[in-house]
Design a protein around this ligand. Structure first.
Ligand code: CO
Length: 502
């Protein structure tokens, strides 16, 4: 068996999987409504084919043989590919078809129950199925295996290597430092952002979004932007990476930052080595690292003053009726308004992490058996009160707000926070290594930053683990200090707080 045999098999799996991705992209963007039934069938058939190939005996034989007999003679990158693929293969093999069937069925029932419960604002309609889902997820953790905490096994599916032991430290910092800091902001006078919610016509917003992507050097010859209900990025290979956006006519903020966010995801995918198609070395490292790329562009660049020094005049030119009397500084302060809210997707970049903190604590306790589903609404509300100082009056706005749990996605949420924290640490490093970075951004020259990200992060694919990458790029493991420093510097100025005591 040779490395070539391995590569051939992996490319076949990728061909089918990315075809599924293309069908899903079409489903979310252009597919006519009546096509839904057959489309679901096509996606299910192809997904089963991909799964069979990825867990088939032929690939297993090749991987085990390569790993045993010739991995010593392979170059480092190829060796790592084989090891990672074998690990994935063995993991997939642990699932019995019966368990997968049960999980899929429960997810579909759980999703329907969640929809009804949310609509009728009645948690009791959701509770029995959520209990069944949590039990299945505990079983899944046992199937996959873990050392310290069952939640580790679930985290690992989204963020390989992530552990409760490390996240506990990270979220303790969030609880102790960020919660306190935001309480100081909440006590300061608030900035007026009402001009953000005037009428911003769709057509103008659409064109503006394209300009922003071009400025980031998103490659339109290897991608495109379309409209969907929820913005997302999808890739079929590094030379065909698509982003979508959503436009709200009475909200200037929504499109701008989601466009930059998805653009950041898109740049990562376009920067992966196309010649490594189908192999770990051609893929993104983890959800957390993926999110670090979107957040770096969205927050560290796109919500920064240098970026708007370059772009605000153009924005005023597009919307003179709304912005001609709003100065740059006023715009900057308004767009960075910090205000606790009930839902993550509308949160500012600081209180955002409190939503994740609540999810993390809830999930860890549910999977660890420390919290019962029946006690969930009360626990949820207590956490919101403690961390955000706000409380949902009804469960549909609280514990029932989000779809993730009904799908069984336990372990997903922490990657959102990890992404922002990695982003702060990477950006801090970029600022040290790229001479005059912020002056370049002020001029609208974003290429040096992109080139830095390409060379340090994108081009490596999954050669490194998240932790190895972070150490290789910044000289140390993920450290919350960088995010906290960024937050304090930026928001002490915006809210006129004394930095020493912040
Ligand atoms: Co994202």
């Amino acid at each position: 068996m040779s490395y070539k045999d391995y590569k051939e098999q992996m490319v076949k799996v990728a061909d089918i999987s990315y075809t599924v991705a293309l069908l899903s992209w079409d489903q979310e963007t252009y597919m006519p409504e009546k096509g839904a039934g057959f489309r679901a069938q096509q996606i299910a058939t192809l997904s089963t084919m991909a799964h069979r190939l990825a867990t088939g005996e032929e690939l297993g034989k090749i991987l085990n043989d390569l790993n045993k007999n010739s991995s010593a003679s392979l170059p480092e990158k190829e060796k790592r590919n084989v090891v990672r693929s074998l690990k994935d293969y063995n993991k997939q093999k642990k699932y019995s078809p019966e368990f997968v069937e049960q999980l899929n069925r429960t997810a579909s029932e759980c999703f329907q129950a969640w929809q009804k419960a949310k609509k009728e604002n009645n948690f009791n309609l959701f509770a029995p199925l959520l209990t069944a889902m949590v039990d299945l997820k505990k079983k899944e953790a046992d199937i996959l295996g873990f050392e310290a905490h069952p939640y580790d096994a679930l985290l690992d599916q989204y963020e390989p290597g992530a552990k409760v032991a490390d996240l506990d430290i990270l979220f303790k910092d969030v609880r102790e430092q960020l919660v306190k800091f935001v309480k100081r902001i909440a006590a300061a006078p608030q900035h007026d952002d009402t001009f953000m919610y005037k009428l911003y016509p769709k057509e103008k917003q659409w064109k503006h979004g394209l300009e922003l992507l071009k400025q980031m050097h998103y490659d339109f010859d290897a991608g495109r932007q379309d409209i969907s209900i929820h913005p997302f990025t999808t890739s079929f290979n590094a030379l065909d990476v698509r982003v979508t956006t959503k436009i709200l006519e009475n909200n200037l903020k929504s499109m701008i930052w989601s466009c930059i966010h998805e653009g950041g995801h898109g740049l990562y995918e376009q920067g992966l080595p196309a010649e490594e198609y189908g192999l770990p070395s051609g893929e993104a490292i983890s959800l957390g690292i993926h999110e670090s790329q979107s957040r770096l562009w969205e927050n560290n660049v796109g919500r920064g003053l240098p970026y708007w020094k370059a772009n605000y005049m153009r924005l005023q030119e597009i919307y003179p009726e709304n912005l001609k009397n709003v100065g740059l500084q006023q715009f900057y302060m308004a767009m960075n308004k910090v205000e606790p809210s009930l839902i993550r997707i509308e949160a500012d970049e600081l209180t955002y992490h409190f939503h994740i903190l609540v999810r993390y604590e809830v999930e860890k306790k549910l999977i660890g058996g420390e919290l019962k589903v029946s006690d969930l609404p009360e626990y949820w509300n207590a956490c919101y009160k403690e961390y955000l100082g706000v409380q949902a009056k009804t469960d549909d706005k609280g514990v029932l707000q989000d779809i993730h749990w009904s799908h069984g996605s336990f372990g997903y949420f922490p990657t959102y926070s990890l992404g922002s924290f990695y982003a702060a640490q990477f950006y801090n490093r970029a600022n040290m290594e790229i001479k005059g970075l912020e002056q370049l951004i002020e001029k609208g020259d974003l290429l040096p930053l992109l080139q830095w990200l390409r060379g340090k992060i994108h081009k490596h694919g999954k050669f490194y683990s998240a932790e190895e990458l972070c150490t290789a790029v910044t000289g140390e493991k993920l450290n919350f200090k960088y995010f906290m420093d960024y937050a304090k510097n930026k928001y002490s100025a915006i809210y006129n707080l004394n930095k020493e005591t912040a």
